[in-house]
Design a protein around this ligand. Sequence first.
Ligand code: DAH
Length: 339
Amino acid sequence: MKEKLKGIVESAVAQISESDGMDRLNEIRVSFLGKKGELTSVLKSMKEVAPEERPLVGQLVNDARAEIEALLEGKKAAFAKKLREEQIRKETIDVTLPAKKPMMGRPHPNTIALEEIENIFIGMGYEVVEGPDVEYDYYNFEALNIPANHPAKDEQDTFYVNSNIVLRTQTSPTQVREMEKGKLPIRMIAPGRVFRSDEVDATHSPSFHQVEGLVIDKNITLADLKGTLAEFAKALFGEETKVKFRPHHFPFTEPSAEMDVSCFKCGGKGCRFCKGSGWIEILGCGMVHPHVLEMSGIDPEEYTGFAFGVGLERVALLKYEIDDMRLLYENDVRFLKQF
Ligand code: DAH
Protein backbone atom coordinates (compact mmCIF):
# COMPACT_ATOMS: atom_id res chain seq x y z
CA MET A 1 0.00 0.00 0.00
CA LYS A 2 2.82 2.33 0.94
CA GLU A 3 4.51 1.59 -2.35
CA LYS A 4 1.31 2.22 -4.25
CA LEU A 5 0.88 5.62 -2.58
CA LYS A 6 4.47 6.51 -3.32
CA GLY A 7 3.87 5.61 -6.96
CA ILE A 8 0.77 7.79 -7.07
CA VAL A 9 2.59 10.77 -5.57
CA GLU A 10 5.52 10.34 -7.94
CA SER A 11 3.25 10.18 -10.93
CA ALA A 12 1.44 13.33 -9.68
CA VAL A 13 4.76 15.16 -9.22
CA ALA A 14 5.79 14.27 -12.77
CA GLN A 15 2.48 15.27 -14.33
CA ILE A 16 2.28 18.53 -12.39
CA SER A 17 5.80 19.56 -13.32
CA GLU A 18 5.11 18.86 -16.99
CA SER A 19 1.73 20.61 -17.02
CA ASP A 20 1.43 23.56 -19.41
CA GLY A 21 -1.43 25.58 -17.99
CA MET A 22 -4.36 26.01 -15.62
CA ASP A 23 -6.63 23.64 -17.62
CA ARG A 24 -4.16 20.83 -17.45
CA LEU A 25 -3.70 21.41 -13.69
CA ASN A 26 -7.44 21.01 -13.19
CA GLU A 27 -7.42 17.73 -15.10
CA ILE A 28 -4.59 16.47 -12.90
CA ARG A 29 -6.46 17.52 -9.75
CA VAL A 30 -9.53 15.58 -10.83
CA SER A 31 -7.57 12.51 -11.86
CA PHE A 32 -5.87 12.24 -8.45
CA LEU A 33 -8.12 13.92 -5.92
CA GLY A 34 -11.55 13.78 -7.60
CA LYS A 35 -14.39 11.41 -6.64
CA LYS A 36 -13.09 8.79 -9.03
CA GLY A 37 -9.47 9.84 -8.64
CA GLU A 38 -6.57 7.57 -7.87
CA LEU A 39 -6.13 8.63 -4.23
CA THR A 40 -9.86 8.38 -3.57
CA SER A 41 -9.88 4.84 -4.89
CA VAL A 42 -7.12 3.97 -2.41
CA LEU A 43 -9.34 5.26 0.39
CA LYS A 44 -12.21 3.16 -0.94
CA SER A 45 -10.07 0.05 -0.76
CA MET A 46 -9.49 0.66 2.98
CA LYS A 47 -11.76 -2.23 3.85
CA GLU A 48 -9.14 -4.59 2.52
CA VAL A 49 -6.62 -3.23 5.00
CA ALA A 50 -6.30 -4.89 8.39
CA PRO A 51 -8.19 -2.80 10.98
CA GLU A 52 -5.08 -2.09 13.10
CA GLU A 53 -3.27 -0.70 10.08
CA ARG A 54 -6.06 1.53 8.94
CA PRO A 55 -5.05 4.62 10.99
CA LEU A 56 -1.55 4.46 9.58
CA VAL A 57 -2.71 3.97 6.00
CA GLY A 58 -5.27 6.74 6.46
CA GLN A 59 -2.47 9.01 7.65
CA LEU A 60 -0.38 8.11 4.59
CA VAL A 61 -3.25 8.81 2.22
CA ASN A 62 -3.84 12.19 3.88
CA ASP A 63 -0.14 13.02 3.65
CA ALA A 64 -0.14 12.08 -0.03
CA ARG A 65 -3.25 14.22 -0.64
CA ALA A 66 -1.69 17.19 1.21
CA GLU A 67 1.48 16.86 -0.81
CA ILE A 68 -0.34 16.73 -4.14
CA GLU A 69 -2.53 19.67 -3.14
CA ALA A 70 0.48 21.74 -2.14
CA LEU A 71 2.15 20.95 -5.46
CA LEU A 72 -0.98 21.90 -7.40
CA GLU A 73 -1.27 25.19 -5.47
CA GLY A 74 2.39 25.99 -5.99
CA LYS A 75 2.13 25.38 -9.73
CA LYS A 76 -1.08 27.35 -9.93
CA ALA A 77 0.57 30.37 -8.27
CA ALA A 78 3.52 30.08 -10.68
CA PHE A 79 1.16 30.10 -13.69
CA ALA A 80 -0.77 33.11 -12.30
CA LYS A 81 2.48 35.01 -11.79
CA LYS A 82 3.63 34.25 -15.35
CA LEU A 83 0.29 35.38 -16.74
CA ARG A 84 0.41 38.63 -14.79
CA GLU A 85 3.95 39.33 -15.95
CA GLU A 86 2.97 38.69 -19.55
CA GLN A 87 0.03 41.08 -19.22
CA ILE A 88 2.16 43.80 -17.66
CA ARG A 89 4.70 43.39 -20.43
CA LYS A 90 1.98 43.69 -23.07
CA GLU A 91 0.49 46.80 -21.46
CA THR A 92 3.74 48.60 -20.85
CA ILE A 93 3.71 52.15 -22.23
CA ASP A 94 6.88 53.61 -23.62
CA VAL A 95 6.83 57.03 -22.03
CA THR A 96 9.77 58.13 -24.16
CA LEU A 97 7.73 57.92 -27.40
CA PRO A 98 6.95 61.38 -28.84
CA ALA A 99 3.35 62.43 -28.06
CA LYS A 100 0.76 63.12 -30.74
CA LYS A 101 0.21 66.88 -30.90
CA PRO A 102 -3.51 67.67 -30.53
CA MET A 103 -5.02 70.43 -32.69
CA MET A 104 -5.55 73.33 -30.32
CA GLY A 105 -8.21 75.97 -30.76
CA ARG A 106 -7.22 79.60 -30.26
CA PRO A 107 -9.02 82.93 -29.97
CA HIS A 108 -10.31 84.50 -33.20
CA PRO A 109 -8.66 87.84 -34.13
CA ASN A 110 -12.01 89.53 -33.41
CA THR A 111 -11.98 88.03 -29.92
CA ILE A 112 -8.40 89.11 -29.29
CA ALA A 113 -9.21 92.67 -30.44
CA LEU A 114 -12.39 92.76 -28.35
CA GLU A 115 -10.61 91.55 -25.22
CA GLU A 116 -8.00 94.23 -25.68
CA ILE A 117 -10.64 96.96 -26.10
CA GLU A 118 -12.61 95.66 -23.10
CA ASN A 119 -9.53 95.60 -20.90
CA ILE A 120 -8.66 99.19 -21.78
CA PHE A 121 -12.11 100.44 -20.76
CA ILE A 122 -12.43 98.16 -17.74
CA GLY A 123 -9.15 99.75 -16.63
CA MET A 124 -10.88 103.16 -16.84
CA GLY A 125 -13.76 101.91 -14.67
CA TYR A 126 -16.25 101.07 -17.42
CA GLU A 127 -18.81 98.29 -17.18
CA VAL A 128 -19.29 95.82 -20.07
CA VAL A 129 -22.97 95.30 -20.96
CA GLU A 130 -24.87 93.62 -23.79
CA GLY A 131 -28.10 94.20 -25.67
CA PRO A 132 -30.24 92.01 -27.93
CA ASP A 133 -29.29 91.33 -31.60
CA VAL A 134 -32.98 91.40 -32.56
CA GLU A 135 -34.17 94.86 -31.57
CA TYR A 136 -37.25 97.05 -31.64
CA ASP A 137 -37.30 99.69 -34.36
CA TYR A 138 -37.83 102.13 -31.48
CA TYR A 139 -34.46 101.36 -29.82
CA ASN A 140 -32.52 101.02 -33.06
CA PHE A 141 -33.83 104.27 -34.60
CA GLU A 142 -36.51 106.37 -32.95
CA ALA A 143 -35.02 106.65 -29.46
CA LEU A 144 -31.72 107.56 -31.13
CA ASN A 145 -33.30 110.56 -32.78
CA ILE A 146 -33.73 108.78 -36.13
CA PRO A 147 -37.48 109.22 -36.83
CA ALA A 148 -39.41 107.38 -39.55
CA ASN A 149 -38.50 108.65 -43.03
CA HIS A 150 -35.14 109.92 -41.77
CA PRO A 151 -32.48 109.36 -44.45
CA ALA A 152 -30.19 107.69 -41.88
CA LYS A 153 -32.58 104.77 -41.96
CA ASP A 154 -31.70 104.23 -45.61
CA GLU A 155 -27.99 104.69 -44.99
CA GLN A 156 -27.99 101.63 -42.77
CA ASP A 157 -29.82 99.15 -44.97
CA THR A 158 -31.94 97.35 -42.46
CA PHE A 159 -33.08 93.74 -42.15
CA TYR A 160 -36.68 93.87 -40.94
CA VAL A 161 -38.21 91.01 -38.93
CA ASN A 162 -41.58 92.76 -39.05
CA SER A 163 -42.74 96.38 -39.20
CA ASN A 164 -41.42 97.22 -35.72
CA ILE A 165 -38.69 94.64 -35.12
CA VAL A 166 -35.29 94.72 -36.86
CA LEU A 167 -31.89 93.04 -36.70
CA ARG A 168 -30.02 95.91 -35.05
CA THR A 169 -27.96 97.91 -37.53
CA GLN A 170 -25.74 99.34 -34.78
CA THR A 171 -24.95 98.76 -31.10
CA SER A 172 -26.21 102.26 -30.25
CA PRO A 173 -29.61 100.93 -28.99
CA THR A 174 -27.71 99.59 -25.95
CA GLN A 175 -27.19 103.26 -25.00
CA VAL A 176 -30.95 103.74 -24.76
CA ARG A 177 -31.51 100.51 -22.85
CA GLU A 178 -28.81 101.49 -20.35
CA MET A 179 -30.15 105.03 -19.88
CA GLU A 180 -33.71 103.75 -19.40
CA LYS A 181 -32.56 101.73 -16.39
CA GLY A 182 -32.34 105.08 -14.59
CA LYS A 183 -29.09 104.33 -12.77
CA LEU A 184 -26.67 107.24 -13.03
CA PRO A 185 -23.87 107.90 -13.62
CA ILE A 186 -23.21 105.55 -16.58
CA ARG A 187 -19.83 104.39 -17.79
CA MET A 188 -20.32 101.47 -20.13
CA ILE A 189 -19.16 99.72 -23.27
CA ALA A 190 -21.43 97.33 -25.17
CA PRO A 191 -19.85 94.98 -27.70
CA GLY A 192 -22.09 93.06 -30.08
CA ARG A 193 -23.09 91.82 -33.50
CA VAL A 194 -24.83 94.16 -35.94
CA PHE A 195 -26.53 93.54 -39.29
CA ARG A 196 -26.88 95.48 -42.54
CA SER A 197 -28.03 94.21 -45.88
CA ASP A 198 -24.66 94.88 -47.53
CA GLU A 199 -23.00 92.86 -50.26
CA VAL A 200 -19.93 90.92 -49.13
CA ASP A 201 -16.59 92.39 -50.23
CA ALA A 202 -13.15 93.11 -48.73
CA THR A 203 -14.57 95.76 -46.37
CA HIS A 204 -18.27 94.84 -46.03
CA SER A 205 -20.28 92.01 -44.55
CA PRO A 206 -24.01 91.71 -43.76
CA SER A 207 -23.01 90.87 -40.19
CA PHE A 208 -20.15 92.44 -38.29
CA HIS A 209 -19.38 93.75 -34.79
CA GLN A 210 -19.27 97.08 -33.04
CA VAL A 211 -18.27 98.24 -29.59
CA GLU A 212 -20.51 101.00 -28.28
CA GLY A 213 -19.42 103.35 -25.53
CA LEU A 214 -21.47 105.67 -23.32
CA VAL A 215 -20.66 107.99 -20.41
CA ILE A 216 -23.37 110.01 -18.66
CA ASP A 217 -22.69 112.13 -15.59
CA LYS A 218 -22.87 115.71 -14.37
CA ASN A 219 -20.44 118.09 -16.08
CA ILE A 220 -19.27 115.72 -18.82
CA THR A 221 -17.78 117.83 -21.63
CA LEU A 222 -16.22 117.41 -25.05
CA ALA A 223 -12.85 117.55 -23.28
CA ASP A 224 -13.74 114.31 -21.46
CA LEU A 225 -14.63 112.69 -24.77
CA LYS A 226 -11.36 113.79 -26.38
CA GLY A 227 -9.19 112.83 -23.41
CA THR A 228 -10.82 109.43 -23.01
CA LEU A 229 -10.65 108.48 -26.69
CA ALA A 230 -7.07 109.77 -27.04
CA GLU A 231 -6.06 107.51 -24.13
CA PHE A 232 -7.95 104.63 -25.72
CA ALA A 233 -6.11 105.13 -29.03
CA LYS A 234 -2.72 105.18 -27.28
CA ALA A 235 -3.51 102.02 -25.32
CA LEU A 236 -4.68 100.25 -28.48
CA PHE A 237 -2.15 101.41 -31.07
CA GLY A 238 0.85 102.58 -29.04
CA GLU A 239 1.92 105.48 -26.82
CA GLU A 240 3.07 107.67 -29.76
CA THR A 241 -0.37 107.57 -31.42
CA LYS A 242 -1.92 110.98 -32.15
CA VAL A 243 -5.64 111.56 -32.68
CA LYS A 244 -7.60 113.98 -34.81
CA PHE A 245 -11.32 114.75 -34.60
CA ARG A 246 -13.18 115.65 -37.81
CA PRO A 247 -16.68 117.17 -37.60
CA HIS A 248 -19.32 114.70 -38.71
CA HIS A 249 -23.02 114.07 -38.29
CA PHE A 250 -24.82 111.40 -36.30
CA PRO A 251 -28.49 111.97 -35.38
CA PHE A 252 -27.98 110.91 -31.75
CA THR A 253 -24.98 113.14 -30.94
CA GLU A 254 -24.42 116.90 -31.10
CA PRO A 255 -21.75 117.84 -31.87
CA SER A 256 -20.56 114.69 -33.65
CA ALA A 257 -17.14 113.72 -34.92
CA GLU A 258 -15.10 110.97 -36.47
CA MET A 259 -11.78 110.21 -34.85
CA ASP A 260 -8.66 109.40 -36.87
CA VAL A 261 -5.46 107.97 -35.41
CA SER A 262 -2.01 108.71 -36.79
CA CYS A 263 -0.92 105.79 -38.96
CA PHE A 264 0.91 103.35 -36.68
CA LYS A 265 2.64 101.86 -39.70
CA CYS A 266 4.41 104.98 -41.03
CA GLY A 267 4.00 107.23 -37.99
CA GLY A 268 1.98 109.73 -40.04
CA LYS A 269 4.33 110.23 -43.00
CA GLY A 270 1.92 108.53 -45.39
CA CYS A 271 2.13 104.96 -46.68
CA ARG A 272 0.15 102.30 -48.51
CA PHE A 273 -1.53 101.39 -45.24
CA CYS A 274 -3.06 104.84 -44.63
CA LYS A 275 -3.46 105.47 -48.36
CA GLY A 276 -0.84 108.20 -48.17
CA SER A 277 -2.77 110.43 -45.75
CA GLY A 278 -0.93 109.55 -42.54
CA TRP A 279 -4.29 109.11 -40.75
CA ILE A 280 -6.66 106.19 -40.28
CA GLU A 281 -10.34 106.61 -39.41
CA ILE A 282 -11.18 104.57 -36.35
CA LEU A 283 -14.52 105.52 -34.76
CA GLY A 284 -17.58 107.77 -34.62
CA CYS A 285 -18.35 109.78 -31.50
CA GLY A 286 -20.10 112.83 -30.09
CA MET A 287 -21.89 114.46 -27.17
CA VAL A 288 -25.19 112.69 -26.51
CA HIS A 289 -28.01 114.72 -28.09
CA PRO A 290 -30.22 116.39 -25.43
CA HIS A 291 -33.27 114.98 -27.19
CA VAL A 292 -31.89 111.43 -26.80
CA LEU A 293 -31.27 111.99 -23.08
CA GLU A 294 -34.79 113.37 -22.65
CA MET A 295 -36.47 110.46 -24.49
CA SER A 296 -34.69 108.03 -22.11
CA GLY A 297 -35.82 109.94 -19.05
CA ILE A 298 -32.63 111.85 -18.25
CA ASP A 299 -32.73 115.61 -17.64
CA PRO A 300 -30.32 117.22 -20.15
CA GLU A 301 -30.10 120.32 -17.93
CA GLU A 302 -28.57 118.22 -15.16
CA TYR A 303 -26.69 115.53 -17.03
CA THR A 304 -24.53 115.41 -20.15
CA GLY A 305 -22.56 112.64 -21.76
CA PHE A 306 -20.57 111.36 -24.66
CA ALA A 307 -20.86 108.27 -26.81
CA PHE A 308 -18.74 106.45 -29.37
CA GLY A 309 -18.96 103.47 -31.70
CA VAL A 310 -15.98 101.42 -32.91
CA GLY A 311 -16.06 98.82 -35.67
CA LEU A 312 -14.46 95.72 -34.16
CA GLU A 313 -13.44 94.13 -37.47
CA ARG A 314 -11.88 97.41 -38.50
CA VAL A 315 -9.65 97.33 -35.40
CA ALA A 316 -8.78 93.65 -35.93
CA LEU A 317 -7.93 94.21 -39.61
CA LEU A 318 -5.72 97.20 -38.78
CA LYS A 319 -3.97 95.66 -35.80
CA TYR A 320 -3.13 92.40 -37.51
CA GLU A 321 -2.64 93.95 -40.96
CA ILE A 322 -5.28 91.78 -42.60
CA ASP A 323 -6.36 93.27 -45.93
CA ASP A 324 -9.62 91.40 -46.54
CA MET A 325 -12.48 91.24 -44.04
CA ARG A 326 -13.76 87.97 -45.55
CA LEU A 327 -10.76 86.16 -44.02
CA LEU A 328 -12.28 86.83 -40.60
CA TYR A 329 -15.42 84.84 -41.43
CA GLU A 330 -14.17 81.95 -43.56
CA ASN A 331 -12.83 79.90 -40.64
CA ASP A 332 -9.83 78.74 -42.63
CA VAL A 333 -7.57 77.11 -40.03
CA ARG A 334 -4.46 78.05 -42.02
CA PHE A 335 -5.44 81.70 -41.50
CA LEU A 336 -6.73 81.40 -37.94
CA LYS A 337 -3.71 79.56 -36.54
CA GLN A 338 -1.49 82.59 -37.16
CA PHE A 339 -3.00 84.43 -34.19
N1 DAH B 1 -23.80 103.87 -34.51
C1 DAH B 1 -22.87 104.51 -35.41
C2 DAH B 1 -22.76 103.67 -36.69
O1 DAH B 1 -23.10 102.54 -36.68
C3 DAH B 1 -21.54 104.64 -34.78
C4 DAH B 1 -21.55 105.66 -33.70
C5 DAH B 1 -21.25 106.99 -33.97
C6 DAH B 1 -21.87 105.34 -32.40
C7 DAH B 1 -21.26 107.94 -33.02
C8 DAH B 1 -21.89 106.31 -31.41
C9 DAH B 1 -21.59 107.62 -31.74
O2 DAH B 1 -22.21 106.02 -30.15
O3 DAH B 1 -21.57 108.58 -30.76
O4 DAH B 1 -22.33 104.20 -37.68
